[in-house]
Design a binder for this molecule. Sequence first.
Ligand code: GLP
Length: 268
Amino acid sequence: MQVIILDTPEQVAEKSAQWVTELIEQKPAAVLGLATGSTPISLYQLLVEQYRQGVLSFANVTTFNLDEYHNIAAENLQSYRTFMQKHLFEHVDIAVSRTFLPTCSAEQNPRLQGEEYEQLIKAKGGIDLQILGIGANGHIGFNEPTSSLASRTRIKTLTKQTLADNSRLFTQDEVQPTMAMTMGIATILEANHVLLMATGENKASAVKQMITGPLNAMCPASALQLHQHAVIIIDKAAASELTEQDYFLWADKEQRKVTDDHGLLTVC
Ligand code: GLP
């Protein structure tokens, strides 16, 4: 695990954007795993800016989102499809037909839909870089605590904590879904690289458990300890409970001696 601690959330977004752009430069037909939530919004803004400046193209990129609410219409303002359209897809040159989310309507069978999503990821050659956020309870995607570390794309019931954390995003008139389809932990671990972004003090405890806690289904993000190429990019607030902060800051400096910023994807 490579842990990069930066001063501000803006720097977290900049560093993460650098990873994504480097990947697309190296591999224009890259397969990106995408996340929703408030944390990656600033990353998407930077990617849109780069596209507008003509230095980045998504024309050959394929994307797979981590999760989507169960039985939600794509055009619903709360769907993750709407989120992705609004924050990234509508503003860049990606064809909607190359963007995938693990959808499942009431009429569909979640098990079959999950399997189909897994097959589709495989058919596109697998995910080159998976972007992740982290829930305050340590979830990644919607893999809530107690999720099997061997899980695959499936339906999950959200925890009370996640529902409470995300309730801020719903108006009084909107129904907050309690179930979602999500890539599993094993699905996420199969990505060639994973990049987890976390900012703010409310993530500090989950970040500590993810990086230095035991590998444990109660902190699904701790499964990233098993990944060969996982980079954790966090701000100081999210790192505030890490007792190994000094080591990570020093290791990051040392690492720069053997690789420049443009060698990010070959480090870890
Ligand atoms: C959501 C998503 C996760 C996201 C997390 C954190 O529920 N399913 O993929 O990482 O919660 O969200 P935020 O970045 O808003 O804190």
